[in-house]
Design a protein around this ligand. Structure first.
Ligand code: NAD
Ligand code: DAU
Length: 356
């Protein structure tokens, strides 16, 4: 038995693959294009582990995906692959349309053909789990209730619009063709292997490098933060117990303003790695021009997942963020490879001249 994971060299996908193989002997076929966000260093601990089969490729490459499905015969497909950074989607939406919408469309086509040809229990038990985001619901006012699964889709950025479109395609493939799908919509993740373009890892690394900690606008935008391992455990649960065709919101009940998040990071760093000049890391906070169309507040109501499937996050924000800061302090070679771009050199060497 095996599972097929797409985007498993990225932040959440890699955490998912590592956690899966730490708990289970079922093999993982990991299909990842290795864009700038895909990093095989994240999976270094799996080197030589025959349960992990890495394939470099695009979810939109129908011939490749068809072949993988036919040869490997996974019992589920979990789709993490996406362009994921809102700021990049503002500067250049094209890749987001291509991967998140067109890529998901092609992937669904391949998976549908594979599933339709399955027989008996294999067909009955097959699942396609699509990993999505709370950003599809748009922005909340200060006192509005948290997003539930029945909230209207109101995406505001090219990123969230492309994810919303992919969610709709997944839904349509269930409604029209009966494909057994599950969709999860999660809030902001943080934890190990987070690419330092996103707020938390960016601020940890900038703080240590003596650089400014850039907060957009007034720094009072609110996000709900979930430790990445808790997101992975929720996905496992939905995969095992979720009802076909349903969507499940995943969140940590941890609404925080960006300024408070960064202040907390600074306080932990002051304690664990004080600045050599005796000053405080918070002195490095700077307010910069706001993100275009910046959503003010996200909040997730995860009660359906808790009530129906019995999920509970293990980490509070306080425990998770402390682990995260410690992880970055303890993994300086990972950090150095990412910041220097050395991990890209390795990818070019490994794959640059190889035919598929
Ligand atoms: P990431 O950017 O760190 O990783 C994305 C991975 O997908 C990379 O390894 C990349 O190489 C791969 N990829 C990109 N395009 C591909 C393609 N066409 N074919 C194959 N692989 C491709 O993203 P992440 O933060 O790990 O997010 C994973 C998923 O979870 C995304 O779908 C994202 O929308 C969703 N999500 C993320 C968060 C979050 O806070 N990061 C929260 C909720 C949902
Ligand atoms: O809500 C889930 C989403 O969370 C995921 O779907 C996305 O893939 C993921 O990237 C994340 O999106 P955000 O835009 O919320 O994450 P980011 O870390 O980029 O920003 C978090 C908040 O911090 C947001 O309000 C913007 C702000 N910010 C971000 C950066 C990079 C800053 O103030 N300064 C910064 O330099």
């Amino acid at each position: 038995m095996s599972i097929l994971v797409t985007g498993g060299a990225g932040f959440i996908g890699a955490n998912f693959v590592l956690d899966w193989l730490a708990q289970d002997d079922e093999s993982v076929i990991n299909l990842d294009k290795l864009t700038y966000a895909g990093n095989l260093d994240n999976l270094a601990s799996l080197q030589g582990d025959s349960r992990h089969i890495f394939v470099r490729g695009d979810i939109g490459d129908t011939a490749l995906v068809d072949r993988l499905l036919a040869e490997r015969r996974p019992r589920v497909v979990i789709n993490f692959a996406a362009e994921s950074h809102v700021d990049r989607s503002i500067h250049g939406p094209g890749d987001f349309i291509q991967t998140n919408i067109v890529g998901t469309f092609h992937l669904l086509g391949s998976v549908r053909a594979y599933w339709e040809a399955l027989k008996g229990e294999a067909k009955e038990c097959f699942r396609f789990l699509h990993v999505s985001t709370d950003e599809v619901y748009g922005s909340l006012t200060k006192d509005a209730p948290a997003f539930s699964e029945t909230n209207r889709y109101e995406p505001n950025s090219p990123y969230s619009a492309s994810k919303a479109a992919s969610d709709h395609l997944v839904r349509a493939y269930h409604h029209t063709y009966g494909l057994p799908v599950l969709t999860t919509n999660c809030s902001n993740n943080y934890g190990p292997y987070h690419f330092p373009e996103k707020l938390i890892p960016l601020c940890i690394l900038n703080a240590l490098a003596g650089k400014p900690l850039p907060l957009y606008g007034d720094g009072r935008q609110v996000r709900d933060w979930l430790y990445v391992k808790d997101h992975c455990s929720a996905i496992r649960l939905v995969l095992g117990k979720g009802l076909v065709g349903e969507t499940y919101n995943i969140g940590g009940w941890n609404e925080k303003a960006n300024l408070d998040v960064v202040q907390t990071l600074c306080d932990i760093l002051d304690e664990l790695r004080p600045r050599s000049d005796g000053k405080r890391y918070a002195d490095q906070i700077t307010f910069v021009k706001d993100r275009l169309g910046h959503d003010r507040r996200y909040a997730i109501d995860a009660s359906k997942l808790e009530r129906e499937l019995g999920w509970k996050p293990q980490e509070t924000f306080e425990t998770g963020i402390r682990k995260t800061v410690a992880w970055y302090l303890d993994n300086q070679s990972w950090v150095a490879n990412i910041t220097s771009g050395a991990y890209r050199n390795w990818i070019d060497k490994q794959y640059g001249t190889r035919a598929r």
